[in-house]
Design a protein around this ligand. Structure first.
Ligand SMILES: Nc1ncnc2c1ncn2[C@@H]1O[C@H](COP(=O)(O)OP(=O)(O)OP(=O)(O)O)[C@@H](O)[C@H]1O
Ligand SMILES: [Mg+2]
Length: 205
């Protein structure tokens, strides 16, 4: 079953770009359950563009105005994020679910991103930078996922290849290396699909 949660070591690491490549590759659905920040392009709009129409973008369960942690964005909008409204979309078609920020981002006072991942029970893909600091951030994220009993499908890197750091994460974190997506300029549906096919281990997806 091609259903994955895409999380990251941090905000802005490239989850949405990777998720667009993945959903486009699988010809499946993309779901951003909680979007915090409605000015400018949302992650769902970005995926619709970057998948070149090959992904079906599902509506968010919560679209919150302020670009900050979901629990805070919800509070500012006067709503509480309820896990019961965040059940996985049904259906057997491939599904890519993008979290917000990283693994321990709060969605409500007693609800972390990892708690939602555990509720969904899908294998998790961790998107990580290749730049300095990635070993620590990646191993912390892996440990936080494992301690909650989550299955890590692998780590996908974004940025200029850094074989030593990537190898350290694979060895110390005991995870699979799903490939390294280079920085793309221009970043378009076409360049992303080509880079995804060339640099990501699609045989493992
Ligand atoms: N492979 C890439 N090539 C070029 N630009 C990229 C690439 N990956 C990410 N970016 C750019 O980096 C920025 C952050 O990427 P992205 O939005 O995918 O991060 P994110 O982890 O989804 O962030 P958030 O936590 O806000 O959801 C965006 O401007 C995006 O276009
Ligand atoms: Mg994103």
């Amino acid at each position: 079953m091609h259903r994955y949660v895409v999380t990251g070591t941090d905000t802005d690491v490239g989850k949405t770009v990777f998720a667009a490549g993945l959903a486009g590759h699988l010809g499946g659905r993309y779901w951003k359950p909680v979007q915090a920040g409605m000015d400018g392009e949302t992650d769902s709009q970005r995926v619709a563009e970057l998948s070149g129409g090959r992904a079906q973008v599902l509506p968010e369960a919560y679209a919150l105005r302020t670009p900050c942690s979901p629990h805070q964005a919800a509070r500012l909008d006067g709503v509480t994020i309820e896990p019961s409204r965040l059940s996985l979309p049904s259906g057997e078609e491939p599904l890519v679910v993008e979290g917000a920020g990283g693994v321990l981002v709060p969605f409500a006072d007693n609800l972390l991103a990892a708690d939602l991942f555990a509720m969904w029970g899908l294998p998790v893909i961790v998107v990580a930078r290749t730049a300095l600091g990635t070993i620590n951030h990646s191993l912390l994220s892996i440990e936080a996922l494992r301690v909650r009993g989550l299955t890590i499908h692998g780590v996908a890197f974004v940025g200029e290849a850094n074989p030593e750091s990537e190898a350290a994460i694979v060895r110390l974190g005991e995870v699979r290396h799903l490939g390294c997506l280079p920085h793309l300029d221009p970043l378009t549906a076409e360049t992303l699909a080509a880079a995804f096919a060339a640099h990501i281990r699609t045989d493992l997806l």
